[in-house]
Design a protein around this ligand. Structure first.
Ligand code: GLP
Length: 241
């Protein structure tokens, strides 16, 4: 793993955005794997700035997001589809139809997960997979004890994950219990992986992922086995290394 420790969250977001911009510049037809969460908001802001400055075009690229809540329609304000439209897709030149997310409102979520995995395979797998990190070490919505060879499927979210993500839901509304997520095996097939973690709250998970044993207990630790994994951290997230 390549570990980059930047001064603060803004510098980490800038570096991550530069790596993504370099990817689509080197290979205009890149298949990107994208992530959601608070950490990614700053990354996408910087990426949009690079796009506006003429340093990143997505016109030939396609993307697959890691995950989506089960039961939320794409236009639900808390769906990841809506997050991605607002925070990235509507502000860059990615072709309509080239940006994929699992359909959370699918009548048969298991079939939808299988369809999504097959679509990733048909696209030739992911060139660069962007990842955040859950407080419990999850990547995508692969919660602790997820199989390290899993593919896209339904996962039940841990209480701690639902609590952490409840800040995005209006008062009284709780995040769904189920999500469709790329598997750890799906993520590991990506030719390059870029994980971004910032803030002191992530320090324990970061230490486990980098210095702990490879274990389904801290799913991100599997990245120790990836040939081209880069972890972009700020000082606070790196403070327990
Ligand atoms: C959600 C997403 C994950 C993301 C995590 C971290 O759980 N499904 O892909 O890594 O949030 O979020 P944050 O950046 O808000 O800490």
């Amino acid at each position: 793993m390549k570990i980059l420790i930047l001064e603060d969250a803004a510098a980490a977001a800038e570096r991550a955005a530069e790596i993504i911009a370099a990817q689509v510049t080197a290979k205009p037809g890149s298949v990107l794997g994208l992530a959601t969460g608070g950490t990614m908001e700053a990354v996408y802001e910087r990426l949009i700035a690079l796009h506006r400055a003429g340093s990143a075009s997505f016109a030939g690229a396609s993307s697959f997001n890691l995950d989506e809540y089960v039961g939320l329609a794409g236009d639900h304000p808390c769906s990841y589809r809506r997050y991605m439209a607002e925070k990235l897709f509507d502000q860059i030149d990615i072709a309509p139809g080239a940006a994929h997310l699992p359909m959370g409102e699918a009548a048969d979520p298991e079939a939808e997960a299988a369809r999504y995995e097959a679509a990733i395979v048909a696209a030739g797998d992911i060139d660069l997979q962007l990842l955040g990190l859950g407080l419990n070490g999850h990547i995508g919505f692969n919660e602790p004890t997820s199989s390290l060879t899993s593919i896209t499927r339904l996962k039940t979210l841990e209480r701690s994950t639902r609590e952490a993500n409840s800040r995005y839901f209006p008062d009284g509304d709780e995040p769904p219990r189920l999500a469709i997520t790329m598997g750890i095996g799906t993520i590991m097939r990506a030719r390059e992986v870029l994980l971004v973690a910032t803030g002191a709250a992530k320090a324990r998970a970061v230490a486990q992922v980098i210095e702990g044993p490879v274990s389904a207990r801290w799913p991100g630790s599997v990245l120790q086995m990836h040939r081209h994994a880069t972890l972009v951290l700020d000082r606070a997230a790196a403070s327990e290394l």
